[in-house]
Design a protein around this ligand. Sequence first.
Ligand code: HEC
Length: 111
Amino acid sequence: MVEIGYRYGELYWGANDGNWSYADYQVQKIRLALENALERRPKRRASTESTFVPVLNEMARVVQEHDSARFGETFEKVTAACNACHAAEEVPSFYVVAPQARTSPIRGESN
Ligand code: HEC
């Protein structure tokens, strides 16, 4: 989950930079990290596949289409889906909001 939190932030900054290949990489890494998390929590798999995964798939499409106009609203949906799982998993105090500051040095080749 620490990794997912980090990659969620990097997805945000990458897309805001128009660094779509980096944003796409982060979406794929979130998918992998989530898969690993679900292996440890098999009971959450069904609900995650019906709620979080479709939203992540939508984000993957937005990123692959370099659709900056739709990125913001889709990122809000991802954020809501993160928080829905945290509420369901009884960690509602792990409330996710869009990042306020950058932690990674990556800026993309054109920035
Ligand atoms: C399948 C349910 C689920 C989904 C989906 C989910 N989380 Fe979590 N998250 C958890 C649980 C449960 C914890 C509590 C710690 C643990 O058990 O790993 C957690 C903890 C965290 C933590 C704290 C990690 C730490 O140890 O400091 C962060 C950050 C986090 N999640 C970010 C996110 C973000 C961002 C998203 C969406 C992109 C997300 N999570 C989606 C279940 C989920």
